[in-house]
Design a protein around this ligand. Structure first.
Ligand code: SF4
Length: 417
């Protein structure tokens, strides 16, 4: 297939595909799916071998957010029956982080609900970062606290944060339909502030919110232009009690095509398989390891993932290996740029125009996948247009796969890691 040969060549050269090529990946048929995965897998292996980086989420503050992000179980007016609690103490957060690190995580992601941190919040998180680093010197810490004000990124950097996450989530054109309390431009600004402060920028998307293929390509191209070091790809978990509860738009095949497209557009970037993998990829999760080089271990912010032991087993069974602390995740050209404190440069996005998970990794089920129920057709929302790819792939609502987190941070029960 000429398209795939071209995309592999470009991926190995870190060359940006055209929009048409990216759209064509999303429009491939189910017959072509394994060819698409194999092609994007070549690019993944060129830059990251067969390593899988494990990341561990600690929800420092859960629920009660004044913002209205439609996909989020922690949003203003959410009826989702999630855990709600205010800031964990540094020692509580450090204990939760330790469970993930013991499970093999080399990055801990400290997330708090809210529009953005106050300076007092930055102080609290700084103490938490110090507590974690005191116990685990080599662990990477990523903060995800929402929109940053001037100077806050620098303070987090000084406290020892390695990275900052703030997702673009969806295209600029549709952002206003998803959230009204802040703008796409606000999000871009925070990614740029993190970058400018020398933090490794992490910014990604949520697929499955009723967006078109064009929207998906728009947001992934916008991410490439922002040049983050890591791109989390979330698949919407339609939480009961949120406005998007009926948006069951994704099939496992569609999720794989999206991941492949992200890999081709951002070839040398840490592509992280994030919230929703268990719900939407189900039994095809191992195929996604050929596309993404990073996953979250265990549970998400407000929902439960599959058992951490199952994550590790899946990685081993698929012939991949957990990346150790001694290995640098990013390819040399990107890691060198980051070490020089000049952002991430040199890679994805540096040669063309032109970076809070809070809420967006809040999704994920407790159960390992089972085959989708038949006869339980789409429950509303916009089924994606995927060319031939949608043939026979009726999207079935699977609310049974969405389990609210009831263990780990904010509870007396041991975390899943
Ligand atoms: S995504 Fe973040 S800012 Fe938006 S509602 Fe959820 S917690 Fe609040």
């Amino acid at each position: 297939m000429d398209l795939l040969n071209t995309l592999v060549d470009k991926g190995l050269r870190r060359e940006l595909p055209t929009r048409g090529e990216a759209l064509a990946v999303l429009a491939t048929s189910d017959d072509e799916l394994l060819d698409v995965v194999a092609a994007a897998g070549k690019v993944r292996r060129h830059w990251f071998g067969r390593r899988v980086k494990l990341n561990y989420l600690v929800n420092l503050k859960s629920g009660l957010c004044p913002e209205d992000c439609s996909y989020c179980s922690q949003r203003l007016g959410s009826k989702a029956d999630i855990l709600k609690y205010t800031w964990l103490k540094p020692e509580e957060a450090s204990k939760a982080a330790a469970a993930g690190i013991a499970g093999g995580a080399k990055r801990v992601c400290l997330v708090a609900s809210g529009r953005g941190p106050t300076d007092r919040d930055v102080d609290r998180v700084s103490k938490t970062i110090e507590a974690i680093k005191e116990e685990n010197e080599d662990v990477e810490v990523c903060a995800c606290l929402g929109l940053l004000s001037d100077g806050q990124a620098e303070r987090l950097r000084s406290a020892g944060a390695d990275a900052y996450n703030h997702n673009l989530n969806t295209s600029e054109g549709t952002y206003g339909e998803i959230t009204t309390t802040h703008t796409y431009a606000d999000r871009v600004d925070t990614v740029q502030k993190a970058h400018a402060a020398g933090l490794s920028a992490c910014s990604g998307l949520i697929a499955g919110m009723g967006e078109s293929d064009e929207d998906l390509v728009d947001v992934v191209f916008a991410l490439r232009a922002l040049d983050p070091d890591s791109v989390p790809v979330n698949f919407l978990i339609p939480f009961e009690g949120t406005p998007l509860a009926k948006e069951w738009n994704l099939t496992p095949q569609r999720a794989l095509r999206i991941l492949a497209m992200v890999r081709f557009v951002c070839p040398d970037v840490e592509v992280r398989l994030a919230g929703g993998r268990e719900v939407h990829l189900r039994t095809l999760q191992p195929l996604a390891l050929h596309l993404a080089n990073s996953i979250f271990l265990g549970d998400y912010l407000t929902s439960e993932g599959q058992a951490g032991a199952s994550d590790l087993e899946m990685i081993a069974d698929a012939g991949f290996e957990v990346e150790g602390a001694e290995t640098t995740t990013l390819p040399e050209h990107r890691a060198d740029a980051a070490a020089r404190g000049c952002g991430t440069g040199g890679g994805c996005g540096s040669d063309d125009a032109g970076g809070g998970v809070c809420g967006s990794t809040a999704a994920g089920p407790a159960t390992t996948a089972t085959a989708p129920a038949t006869g339980d057709g789409p429950t509303g929302g916009t089924a994606p247009t995927v060319g031939d790819g949608g043939e026979g792939a009726v999207t079935a609502a699977r609310p049974d796969l969405v389990a609210v987190r009831r263990r780990g941070a904010g509870t007396d029960l041991a975390p899943n890691a």
